[in-house]
Design a protein around this ligand. Structure first.
Ligand code: NIG
Ligand code: FE
Length: 416
C-alpha cells in the first residue's frame, strides 16, 4: 500500500532535534512549502520538497490542494473508557455547585465509578469506540488512556481490557495507564491508606504481570490522595516496573510538582496551581508538564497553567485533552490549541509542537511519532486550511479532512 500526498501548501514536518523541544524550538515547525509525503505501508518513506522526488509507481495520489499537512495529534492524557455520563452534574455546576462539593457528596468521579462498575466490557467498548471517533475526526492518531473508574481489581481489569481491545481494533497507537489511585472507593470511604494497601498488594502486581499498562498515575489532590500517600503508591508502582505520570496541583497546590520531580515521573499533569518553585523542580528533574486547558474551561474556572513561565523555564511542554466525563468533556485537539492560544498565550506553532512531537516523547514514542520524517510511522493528517495558525483560530470546526494512521485512512470527509 503506497500513498503520495502532493501539493501540501504547508507541510509541517517538525523535523529537528531528536529530543523534546524547549524554548524557541517549540516555535519551529520546520515547514516545507509545496511539500510531498510518501507513505509505504505503515511508514513514511519521504517527507519534504516536491523538487526531485519521484512518486513511486502504483502509489495512490492524494492532492492536498495547497492545504496544511501535519503529523497526527498525540493526545497524551485521556480518560476515554467510562460508563454513563455526568451531564446532570454539568447542569448543577451551571447553577453554582462546584466540582469539589459534588465530589464530596459522593458524585463526581464516584458517580462514574458506579456507572462503570455496572457496565459490561462490551458496553464500555462500544461507548469508548464512539468517543474515539470524535477524537479521530479532530485529527488525533495516537493517545494515552487511563483506567481509574473501576477502583476494584475486577473493574480496573475490565477497563484495561477495553483499552487493549481499542488498541487492537483501531490500529491507532494507544498507551495504557493504570490510575488505580484515582480516588477512594465508596466501600473504603475515609480510609485512603487501606485502599492503597489493597491497590499495592492486589492490583499493581496483576496489572504489571499481565502487561495491561505501561504507566501508573495518581490523583494527588484534597479529597483524593495527599502527597505522602501519592508518594507511597507511586514508589510501589515504580518497583513493579511502571513508569510514572501524576495528576498534581490541579485544584489546590500541595507540592505535587515537587513530588513528581522527586519521584522521577515522566510527566506531571495539570499544574494549574503550581508556582515558580514547582516549575523549577520539574526543570531540574526533566519532567514534562502536560497541560490540560480543556478541564479548566469546562469547569468554568479561569486559572490556567502558566505555560509561558514553563516555556521560559525550559520545560518541554505537552498539551492534551484530559477527555473525561467530569472535568473535561473535550475530545478535540484543535479546541485545545485554541484554548492554549487564547487562555495561555501559547503561539499556534508552540501549541502544535506540544500536541505532537513533545506529546509523543512523553509517551516514549519520540523515535516513531510526532514528526513527518522518513522511517517514522505514517500518522498524517490533511487539514482543511492553508495556514497552520487557522487550527487555533477557528473554533468549533472540524478541520481534519483526511486522517491517516499507520498508513491507513481512518477518516475522510465526505466532500474529499
Ligand atoms: O484529570 N483529576 C482527576 N481526574 C480527572 C477528572 C476525572 C473526573 O472528574 O471524572 C481530571 O480532571
Ligand atoms: Fe485527568
Amino acid at each position: 500500500m503506497k500513498i503520495a500526498i502532493v501539493h501540501c501548501g504547508e507541510l509541517l514536518t517538525l523535523r529537528g532535534a531528536r529530543r523534546p523541544r524547549i524554548g524557541a524550538e517549540l516555535r519551529d515547525l520546520a515547514i516545507v512549502r509545496d511539500g510531498v509525503v510518501v507513505l509505504e505501508d505503515e511508514r513514511i518513506t519521504y517527507a519534504g520538497a516536491a523538487d526531485g522526488i519521484k512518486i513511486p509507481g502504483g502509489a495512490d495520489v492524494i492532492d492536498a490542494r495547497g492545504r496544511v499537512v501535519m503529523p497526527g495529534f498525540v493526545d497524551a492524557h485521556t480518560h476515554l473508557v467510562f460508563g454513563g455520563d455526568r451531564v446532570a452534574e454539568f447542569e448543577q455546576r451551571i447553577g453554582g455547585a462546584t466540582y469539589e462539593t459534588i465530589a464530596a457528596a459522593g458524585g463526581g468521579i464516584l458517580a462514574t465509578v458506579a456507572a462503570t462498575r455496572a457496565a459490561t466490557e462490551d458496553d464500555l467498548l462500544r461507548s469508548a469506540r464512539g468517543r474515539l471517533q470524535w477524537m479521530i475526526r479532530g485529527g488525533t492518531t495516537s493517545l494515552e488512556i487511563k483506567s481509574g473508574y473501576g477502583l476494584s481489581l475486577d473493574a480496573e481489569l475490565k477497563i484495561l481490557h477495553v483499552i487493549r481491545a481499542l488498541r487492537q481494533e483501531s490500529g491507532l497507537r494507544v498507551a495504557a495507564t493504570f490510575l488505580g489511585a484515582h480516588t477512594v472507593p465508596p466501600e473504603l470511604k475515609g480510609q485512603p491508606e487501606a485502599y492503597l494497601d489493597h491497590v499495592i498488594a492486589e492490583m499493581l502486581p496483576v496489572v504489571g504481570r499481565e502487561h495491561l499498562a505501561e504507566y501508573a498515575d495518581v490523583f494527588c489532590e484534597r479529597g483524593a490522595f495527599d502527597p505522602a500517600q501519592s508518594r507511597r503508591y507511586l514508589s510501589a508502582a515504580h518497583e513493579h516496573g511502571f513508569k510514572l505520570r501524576a495528576h498534581v496541583d490541579q485544584l489546590s497546590r500541595s507540592g505535587g510538582a515537587e513530588l513528581a520531580a522527586e519521584l522521577g515521573c515522566v510527566t506531571a499533569d495539570h499544574l494549574e496551581q503550581s508556582d515558580a518553585a514547582g516549575i523549577a523542580a520539574l526543570r531540574t528533574a526533566n519532567v514534562q508538564p502536560v497541560l490540560l486547558p480543556g478541564s479548566v474551561y469546562a469547569l468554568g474556572k479561569s486559572k490556567y497553567a502558566d505555560a509561558r513561565a514553563m516555556i521560559d523555564a525550559g520545560l518541554a511542554v505537552v498539551l492534551a485533552t484530559d477527555f473525561n466525563p467530569g472535568s473535561s468533556p473535550v475530545p478535540s485537539m484543535p479546541f485545545v490549541l485554541s484554548l492554549a492560544a487564547t487562555q495561555m498565550r501559547m503561539t499556534p506553532a508552540e501549541a502544535i509542537t506540544a500536541a505532537t512531537f513533545n506529546a509523543a516523547h512523553s509517551l516514549g514514542w519520540g523515535a516513531e511519532l510526532g514528526s513527518l520524517e522518513a522511517s517514522k510511522r505514517a500518522d498524517v493528517v490533511i487539514h482543511d486550511c492553508h495556514d497552520h495558525r487557522e487550527l487555533a483560530y477557528y473554533v468549533g470546526v472540524e478541520p481534519a479532512a483526511v486522517v491517516i494512521a499507520g498508513g491507513r485512512i481512518v477518516h475522510q470527509r465526505t466532500d474529499e
